[in-house]
Design a protein around this ligand. Sequence first.
Ligand SMILES: Nc1ncnc2c1ncn2[C@@H]1O[C@H](COP(=O)(O)OP(=O)(O)OP(=O)(O)O)[C@@H](O)[C@H]1O
Length: 242
Amino acid sequence: MNESAVEISGLRVVRAGRTVIDGLDLTVPSGQVVGLLGPSGCGKSTLMRSIVGVQQVAAGTVAVFGRPAGSAALRRQVGYVTQAPSVYDDLTVAENLRYFATVVGAPTSGPSSDVDRVLAQVDLTSQAGARVGRLSGGQRSRVSLAVALLGTPGVLVLDEPTVGLDPVLRRDLWNLFAEIAATGTTLLVSSHVMDEATRCDRLVLMREGAVLADGTLAALLERTGTDDVEQAFLALVERAAA
Ligand SMILES: Nc1ncnc2c1ncn2[C@@H]1O[C@H](COP(=O)(O)OP(=O)(O)OP(=O)(O)O)[C@@H](O)[C@H]1O
């Protein structure tokens, strides 16, 4: 895996007059599930918005597959699921997908239909005719994910996709992320639940708008001499303060 999916250098973001990301450098390798972990307000969503290209940046560069974040050529290359619901409750699952497939210019019918492909990928084929407003929380999360998978993006940016889900649904969703990554897609998944780290190929720990650590869980535990990510995070915070 030579090519990196995302390259960030010297990123600075100012929101409402306050610097919320300051001089951040990060490389995200291709085809992996990368967990973006850190406490609430540390800047995870802001970093993700910068990668998707919807955040005004004050300084630095953000490139996805070598192109500036947000450029037109990346439109089908980057899938994004925000924390806010972004599908229509009063439409069926299939209607939502056909609508968003049209938006991204993906085929909506026939043997190469992207709608059928993503429905199968998130295991919702049997719910295609159901109104989204009537689905369970876990099913709705998978509809949002299916929308982001339209057009086969190379990078999927998922902002706290497992929040509010029960442990079984969380496990199922993480299994699905691994399956998607196995097809070569890069997933950047944020969470403030540290135990979700065990499901990631690689971790980026954030605190106060900066990257505290970046690497595999095993390397992080070894470096900090700890047994889990929560302890590792605390050890790094203490070291930074020392
Ligand atoms: N719309 C906004 N306008 C101004 N400041 C904002 C806005 N959204 C977030 N911020 C600020 O930017 C900083 C980073 O917030 P961000 O949402 O990126 O953090 P986060 O790690 O994603 O948090 P959470 O886990 O709670 O979603 C916070 O200090 C927050 O108050």
